[in-house]
Design a protein around this ligand. Structure first.
Ligand code: CO
Length: 215
């Protein structure tokens, strides 16, 4: 007879146990929390960030579930034909009526670094080509920097360019035309100390957008 064995530990047990502890704790600390959230969400912020596991939206700004609407992709890119990102943006602006959109990049972004590498990475090269375009556009400024500073600056420039892309969408421009209060901001997060660097690019009206892009 084979020895009796206990059933193998399910690989995700640690997470499911964590979930039950978290749910217990939340219900103890905030008794009506889930009841309220189950009925509706009313976040004031849309976060467009990198998929990197070290840059989770809510934790970084110390907010609870229900307070930030989130879209994340590799290297926090906003592409005008990306219906995933645009759908999130449309829902956030037109239905949830968020008041602020933050594009949040981070220093040490693997996507930004990979965008400048000469080797073939496959499908993702097409996605990262958007960042290489930014590097080419800002070639002079980047060329003057050493390797580390160049990567940091490219992470910032990528955020700034994506902020502009958000502002150039019909969704944001229509909201401004309706008189809806909406501001778009650019942040860069530092993995080394957990701090957000506000890049000081904030747009809250059509007049701030280059005329060529105004609709
Ligand atoms: Co990243």
């Amino acid at each position: 007879m084979p020895p009796i064995q206990s059933p193998p530990m399910k690989p995700l047990n640690r997470l499911l146990e964590g979930n039950s502890r978290w749910s217990e704790r939340m219900r103890t600390e905030h008794p009506d929390f889930f009841g309220k959230l189950a009925v509706q969400q009313a976040p004031e912020y849309l976060w467009i960030g990198c998929s990197d596991s070290r840059v989770p939206a809510n934790e970084i700004v110390d907010l609870l579930p229900g307070e930030i609407f989130v879209h994340r992709n590799v290297a926090n890119i906003v592409v005008h034909t990306d219906f995933n990102c645009l759908s999130v943006l449309q829902y956030a602006v037109e239905v949830l009526k968020v008041k602020h959109i933050m594009v949040v990049g981070h220093y040490g972004c693997g996507g930004v670094r990979a965008a400048l590498q000469p080797q073939n990475l496959g499908l993702i090269d097409n996605w990262l080509r958007n960042i290489r375009d930014i590097a080419v556009k800002h070639h002079e400024e980047l060329q003057a920097l050493d390797e580390a500073a160049r990567m940091d600056r490219l992470c910032e420039l990528n955020v700034i360019e994506q902020v502009l892309n958000v502002c150039h969408t019909t969704i944001v421009q229509n909201a401004w035309a309706r008189g809806q209060p909406l501001a778009v901001h650019g942040w860069a997060y530092r993995l080394s100390d957990g701090r957000v660097n506000d890049l000081g690019v904030s747009f809250e009206s059509l007049e701030q957008v280059r005329e060529e892009y105004q609709i």
